[in-house]
Write a protein that binds this ligand. Sequence first.
Ligand code: FAD
Ligand code: NAP
Length: 535
Amino acid sequence: MPASRSVDMLVVGAGFAGLYMVHRARGLGLDVEGVEAGDGVGGTWYWNRYPGARCDVESLEYSYSFDEDLQQEWEWTERYATQPEILRYIEHVADRFDLRRSFRFGTRVTTATWSESAPRWTVETDAGDAYEARFLVMATGCLSMPIDPQIPGLETFAGEILHTSRWPHAEPDLVGKRVGVVGTGSSAVQSIPLIAERAAALTVFQRTPTYAVPAHNHSLDPEEQAAVKARYPELRAEARQMAIATGSRVPRIDASTFEVDEQTRHQRFEQAWQWGGLPFLGAFNDLIIDPAANETAAEFVRAKIREQVSDPEVAARLTPRQVIGCKRLCVDSGYYATFDQPHVRLVDVGATPIDSVTPAGVRVGSDDGEDIELDVLVLATGFDAMTGALDRIDIRGRDGATLRERWAAGPQTYLGLGVHGFPNLFTVTGPGSPSVLANMVVAIEHHVDWITDTVAHLDGTGRTTIEAEREAQEEWVAYVNDVASYTLFPTCGSWYLGANVPGKPRVFMPLIGFPGYVQQVSDVTADAYRGFTLT
Ligand code: FAD
Ligand code: NAP
């Protein structure tokens, strides 16, 4: 066993969450260290370097609010910033607050074991480091563990395989190449138009068609940016009162779908379409609750797809049938129109599944199937979301049980922040919190602030541990599922439900509704940390 370094707090991950956690912990005077698998800061924005990668929450909102000078001084260039720009921003934050010196990069945490007698966590890494920490903060990300599809023969492909989430730092040369993309989720929707610009031939393997709403991305007008900055604290506060913690500048009407006549409804959808982006699903307040209401929005988008694609057969294949918003809505820049280009082909692998990958390319259909020759295969196949990163660490709690075993039937947390049996372990945007159903930077700041206040409270009151109580946790998990069951979210096989990972239990993992959640956390805290045991 290597000699261990003793710290007050160990933070795993150097994305938005881990960096802010280190900053706040230092502010408390704690001895804090961080460990990050990547070779630099940025998390999501370090790893996802595929062409077209950008945020789908407006940059002016998809940014930290904790420091007034920072938010005033940083200038965003686009409505939806690209990955390089967001990474530059995070690097700027890391330098501005001198955060890098606390992190060990290129190092993966492999085990974490609670010692009741210490009481401390012992944490080990793949570099042979060991830490003893009073508090362990998992800032490991909801979408940080990419998955490859289980396609026979994948390893035999003679060309290059690229995963959107592990895109090489040196941009691969796709010019003149025959490229295949597997997947049509957000990563694919963003990358396909740009891959098409470079490739000689592009084949998109689509299993489930996707709903995409235009980004209407544009350069940020300095006056618009200045106007937001003049009211930043107020706009941020308004956003925190919104269901997904973003959208304070979106024109709103609080109406249900069938409260208005058909013409008004159509106008309202058109207005939301012209505004662009995720707020489309807020055009009416019942779109994700009432199936008939949802169908009106879905039908509106289907008509828009038909308008953008000239070949009716291709348009039909691109047209989704599931509930809109059930899988995360995609925000696009020229996605559908890409399929009008003669060198772009859409292959419906929902109807005729991929049989195998061969050294030469992809074989679709089994008996009289077709071989599609490729030089490059891009996997835009997503993530083991919400639990994947935690699941890859051997985390052993109070009675020696692993988190993996405890979560075998689905993740169990209290408030998405603590886990029964795992004292002094905090999960930033853990399952059971709004996390991926909110502007995540806002959700992260909320959690990190709470963890900071909680550690200060423990230290200030002479306590050493905090642990979620079993009963409170069970009630919370049931509540999260109950809330989901009143909506249309559970109606399709999304990653919110774990349905994209073979064998993963189908449990709806995020909690719907940011402001209500914030209120509940605040009530619990004010009520002497109801549902937690403090010793
Ligand atoms: P991450 O950024 O995922 O960072 C977690 C870090 O932990 C990673 O760097 C990882 O390497 C590290 N890590 C994990 N396990 C270990 C381990 N065992 N040891 C050491 N290190 C470890 N959200 C939005 O709200 N708006 C958006 O527009 C948006 N766009 C997105 C675009 C893409 C392409 C993706 C994939 C996600 C997007 N998200 C978006 C979600 C995004 O993940 C969050 O917004 C946010 O960046 C998460 O920050 P984080 O610090 O919690 O996690
Ligand atoms: P994803 O949404 O899970 O999409 C994965 C895609 O791969 C799906 O189309 C899926 O099809 C397909 N797929 C998986 N295995 C396959 C197989 N064996 N054969 C054929 N198709 C297969 O993953 P993602 O696109 O990386 O996005 C994940 C999340 O990250 C997003 O929902 C979003 O929250 C975030 N993100 C955001 C942005 C942004 O716009 N800012 C960009 C990228 C990612 P099925 O649908 O049939 O399973």
